[in-house]
Ligand binder design. Sequence first.
Ligand code: NAD
Ligand code: UDP
Ligand code: UDP
Length: 318
Amino acid sequence: MTYSLRKRVLVTGGAGFLGSHLCERLLADGHDVLCIDNFFTGTKENIAHLLDNPFFELMRHDVTFPLYVEVDEIYNLACPASPIHYQLDPVQTTKTSVHGAINMLGLAKRLKAKIFQASTSEVYGDPAIHPQPEHYWGNVNPIGPRSCYDEGKRCAETLFFDYRRQHGLRVKVARIFNTYGPRMHPNDGRVISNFIVQALRNEPITVHGDGNQTRSFCYVDDLIAGFLRLMDSPDTFAGPVNLGNPEEFTMIEVAETIRNLTGSRSSLVQQPLPADDPRQRKPDIGLARSALGWEPEVPLGDGLKPTIAYFERLLRRV
Ligand code: NAD
Ligand code: UDP
Ligand code: UDP
């Protein structure tokens, strides 16, 4: 890559699961990366291998405070993502989404920089239609224990589109569906991490309810490819656009696939289905296909292998 094509890219939440993969990919593409993180859920370990790269810079910073730096593009990923984490300090979760968006949009406005927002399928709440297209407005409880995350992300979307209308900012909003891969958190209670850790320890695999509920899982490399496609899309396209893998699996199928891939002796045990657990979740990625020419390529079985290898390394150290 020639110098003139090298962009200075800011990644907020860059020490997290998705952020660390994004930083890696941007560096591999020849860009200059500024990673900022307050290390609430992210770790230095996730980015330790990047620290020797002269084009990578790490800054401890909380996005709820203003940030004055000079960059060409901004990816705003900072926000705890799983209920266990975002419910630890719900007020800070809302502040991170809302004040964080305002600060990053203010930064983008001053710099005339393009800005990407990591939104979520949770903006659809407990959806009344399946699968959810982007024009569905959602069904979100504004005052419940998940609201700090769902409403925080919805307000961030509002801010992105108001800065676009009011200040002519170039914005890109991705609604991310369940994603998995190396560096996901081992203790955040998500199904893929729980099942892999249980299988590797030969402990019972905890299937909630009858295990016939379905989910779709996107491998992290596919998702990051979608981020880049969206960032590089024409300025007239802002989204929001769903990014995820539409292939659906029951939790029993996921448990059995993981058990086979790990060669585990774990049994499957049933546990009560949590309240409000959706029967089905699957993204409608028609818009991502048509507007970005993007679709996931990695089947679950293939993506689980490096994910399992990651957890094997992690468990060896505990
Ligand atoms: P993660 O928890 O691994 O990463 C979030 C990062 O943001 C962490 O490094 C954390 O320390 C940092 N952070 C949190 N609050 C901050 C603050 N106030 N200032 C600076 N840094 C802060 O989660 P992830 O899975 O990598 O998620 C990244 C983004 O993608 C989040 O915005 C999340 O809402 C969104 N998302 C993720 C998924 C998924 O399946 N992983 C699905 C939908 C949306
Ligand atoms: N901001 C920032 N970095 C900048 C410019 C702005 O962090 O380089 C923050 C600052 O806190 C400001 C917010 O972004 O309050 C919104 O900026 P904007 O210009 O939209 O509004 P202002 O509040 O400055 O009128
Ligand atoms: N689940 C499960 N066992 C676990 C953890 C989760 O059967 O140990 C189920 C959970 O009840 C849900 C599905 O797996 O039906 C996906 O859960 P996750 O929390 O990963 O994602 P979400 O429900 O947010 O899509």
